[in-house]
Design a protein around this ligand. Structure first.
Ligand code: 5AD
Ligand code: SF4
Length: 445
């Protein structure tokens, strides 16, 4: 059966998390290896792929309206439209019912089969949501990286935690870790190709365990930091429950592991955390944050917050505000609770009124804006090491980069500095980014 896609062009729109971005890079690489070319815009592509996120109702709504737009674009053209990612996995064939224009639906374990599907004849929508209990290895080099400076390296997928609100264990299945030799090979290759930063990805990244040897996440960090390769190492997303002291020690042992950690708190109320099935209390989270700060001074912590989980009282919500005040996160991502099909919390009444959810979200975001502005102002005058990630939006001399703590810094440079480490003096601060000027370069410009 042919898998030849020569002469075809594709466009991928990605919704959701970094793992989906990394999956889109994989899909792009798989299609390119079969002969297809990437197109710059939807109108120029004959394969249109929507890589979807199912985690919140809002992302699913955005995706649905985008698919509607693609359907209209299709009129009169020979175009194949496909849905991949978490919504594809969860909804499968149901996605094609009552919705015209979708030609294929492929879940996260089926991406290597895409060339065969696309090269075949379509007598109706093709649905491939077969899940595999084992890690699905994409052949090396089948990755069209979107950043020349920083690369995602997915090391595990799925989640066994079953937080009451979360669809991930259904969309991505049980935890499956990638074989260590394959991670090593990818990191070595990235080092040789000049990447300056890697980000290990996994829904529950710190419960990584090499399937053959049982090597855990702390050892993976230690050995990656010992080998030559990209200077900066980050990882996302960590679950507080699985964040043992050995990981803190591995971070402390190497300056290459960025002093930055995304550690979702979700709620500052122990009662809500219990109902969410998070497996820790407010006090335990605060204790973990304190131990991290003690052993890794200056670490930038970021978090996810859900407001309006079923039964969340006003007093429980206030506990979230006080936790934010106490911990002072460098950044947060905050969401209104939405029930997701098949999850434990979808079976209990979604009883916090929409108005209360909206107000709570505004309060959380206003508080965080104030805390973040204070934090950023405190950085003015300091010289920080920044990895230049690419051109900024304003004009040809505008560039953007990230500090070790993950703060975005905008600055000017006479030449293209993408992929370089620079010492930047911070000259200005807003709530969401910093401004600065180059004070020196770690490598020649
Ligand atoms: N409703 C609202 N937010 C959710 N998240 C996950 N599931 C839901 C839901 N049903 C949020 C959590 C998670 C982030 C990726 O999305 O905060 O950490
Ligand atoms: Fe979802 Fe909880 Fe797993 Fe995160 S840890 S992916 S929130 S079930």
């Amino acid at each position: 059966m042919t898998t030849d896609l020569r002469g075809r062009t594709f466009f991928i729109r990605t919704f959701g998390c970094q793992m989906n971005e990394n999956d889109s890079e994989k899909i792009a690489g798989i299609l390119a290896a079969a002969g297809a070319f990437p197109a710059g815009r939807e109108e120029d592509a004959d394969i249109l792929i929507v890589n979807t996120c199912a985690v919140r109702a809002k992302s699913v709504e955005k995706m649905a309206s985008y698919i509607g737009r693609l359907g209209r674009l299709k009129a009169g053209r020979k175009v194949r439209i496909g849905v991949t990612g978490c919504v594809a996995q969860v909804e499968g064939k149901a996605l094609t019912v009552g919705r015209k224009g979708i030609d294929f639906v492929v879940g996260p374990d089926g991406y290597l089969r895409l060339p065969r599907i696309l090269a075949g004849a379509f007598s109706g929508p093709v649905v491939d949501t077969a899940q595999s209990p084992d890690w699905q290895e994409a052949p090396p080099l089948l990755l069209a990286r979107s950043s020349p400076a920083s690369a995602f390296v997915t090391i595990m997928e799925g989640c066994d935690n079953f937080c009451a609100y979360c669809i991930v264990p259904l969309a991505r299945g049980r935890e499956k870790s990638r074989p260590l030799p394959s991670i090593r090979a990818e990191v070595d290759d990235l080092g040789r190709r000049g990447y300056r930063e890697i980000q290990f990805l996994g829904q529950n990244v710190n419960s990584y365990r090499d399937p053959a040897s049982g090597t855990g996440f702390a050892s993976l960090l230690e050995e990656t930091a010992r080998r030559p390769g990209p200077e900066w190492i980050r990882f996302v997303t960590s679950h507080p429950r699985n964040f043992g002291p050995e990981i803190i020690e591995a971070m402390a042992a190497s300056p290459r592991i960025c002093r930055q950690l995304h550690l979702p708190l979700q709620s500052g109320s122990s009662g809500v955390l219990d109902r969410m099935n998070r497996g820790y209390t407010r006090a335990e989270y605060l204790d973990l944050a304190a131990r991290l700060r003690k052993r890794l001074p200056g670490i930038a912590l970021s978090t996810d917050i859900i407001v309006g989980f079923p039964g969340e009282t006003e007093a429980e919500f206030q506990d979230t505000l006080t936790a934010l005040e106490e911990i002072r996160f460098a950044a947060i991502f905050s969401f209104r609770y939405s029930p997701r099909p098949g999850t434990a919390s979808s079976r209990i009444p979604d009883d916090v009124p929409l108005e209360a959810k909206r107000r709570r979200l505004i309060e959380v975001q206003a508080l965080q804006k104030r805390l973040q502005t204070d934090f950023h102002r405190g950085l003015v005058g300091r010289v920080l090491r920044v990895l230049a990630t690419g051109p900024g939006k304003k004009d040809a001399s505008a560039f953007s980069g990230r500090t070790e703590g993950g703060q975005v810094v905008n600055f000017r440079a006479a030449a293209d500095v993408t992929g370089r480490f620079l010492d930047i003096e911070i000259t200005g601060a807003g709530p969401y980014s910093l401004r600065g000027r180059i004070a020196g370069a770690a490598d020649p410009i």
